[in-house]
Design a binder for this molecule. Structure first.
Ligand SMILES: [Mn+2]
Length: 295
């Protein structure tokens, strides 16, 4: 924002209003306006655009890390992928291909959602990662309303390819009895939303211990936040952490060996802007942590 004012040039559509050429980038934004499998609220297709808009109206210098993310990182924004509105698998294939290309070019993909199902397709590229999943929900159903692959089953499908010991779920406060039993049997490392609120440093320490130097894919469902702080999500779940409690957590998780991340489930028709700004701030904090950690 500051740079725009100083230069008197219009904000460009890229994340933060900036857009480095792809060739020079080490971080690449990919908008994924996936809006196909919602069981309740929809309107995810407007999500990436609203996060970009919010990002252009936040400072890019992060007081927490003492860095300007655009000075430390070259960030390119590919814009939004074309989604085939009636064909999840065709859209998914496009997501997988783009993430694979960006990763193959040695850059960090950052996906703006869009519904959570995109994580399954993005993860196709990352075979040996540790997945850290911030969400109010486990998303571990084997099927939901007849669908094997949708926002409510996405992490279960991820576990079709990933050993459960490579998954850490944080912020959980809602699941079915079957999901609870599955998580217990599979021994999935879990921290509840109350634990995030009460003792985030313990979660950070445990995550560092568990993950070590493994490559990390971080997926953040915005409904991990309490609906008071993030009303514009598809399935609000009361009882979550505040924005500042979550930011403190992501400032630390961002110091892990992050290879890619996504921020998903923004539904702008139900948002007053609060959720989009929280999403943009979460991303800036993560980028600041990435920029200031040796890797
Ligand atoms: Mn969720």
């Amino acid at each position: 924002m500051v740079k725009m004012m100083e230069n008197l040039t219009p904000v460009r559509p890229g994340f933060g209003g900036f857009d480095e050429p792809y060739e020079r980038a080490n971080v690449v934004f990919i908008g994924v306006p996936l809006d196909i499998t919602s069981s309740y609220r929809s309107g995810y297709r407007f999500g990436p655009a609203r996060i970009r808009e919010a990002s252009a109206n936040l400072e890019t210098y992060l007081t927490s890390a003492g860095v300007d993310v655009f000075e430390r990182l070259n960030i390119s924004d590919l814009g939004d992928l074309i989604i085939t509105p009636t064909d999840l698998m065709a859209s998914g294939k496009r997501i997988s291909q783009v993430v694979k290309k960006v990763h193959g070019d040695g850059k960090m993909p950052v996906l703006l959602g869009g519904e959570h199902t995109l994580t399954y397709f993005a993860l196709e590229t990352f075979k040996n990662v540790f997945v850290i999943h911030l969400d109010a929900h486990r998303d571990l159903r084997d099927e939901y309303l007849g669908d094997r692959l949708c926002h409510a089953t996405v992490i279960r499908r991820v576990l079709d390819r990933l050993p459960p010991k490579r998954l850490l779920q944080i912020g959980i406060r809602s699941c079915s009895k079957e999901e609870a039993e599955f998580a217990r049997k599979a021994k999935i490392a879990t921290y509840t939303s109350e634990q995030v609120i009460d003792d985030a440093p313990r979660i950070v320490a445990a995550a560092k211990e568990l993950v070590g130097k493994s490559r990390v894919y971080l997926t953040i469902d915005l409904d991990v936040l309490d609906p008071a702080f993030a009303p514009g999500v598809a399935t609000p779940e009361p009882g979550g952490p505040s924005t500042v409690e979550l930011l403190r957590l992501v400032q630390e998780l961002g110091k892990l060996n992050i290879w890619a991340f996504d921020v998903v489930e923004l539904v702008p028709p139900h948002d007053d802007g609060t959720t989009a700004f929280a999403a943009a701030k979460i991303i800036y904090e993560l980028l600041a942590a990435v920029a200031s950690s040796p890797r």
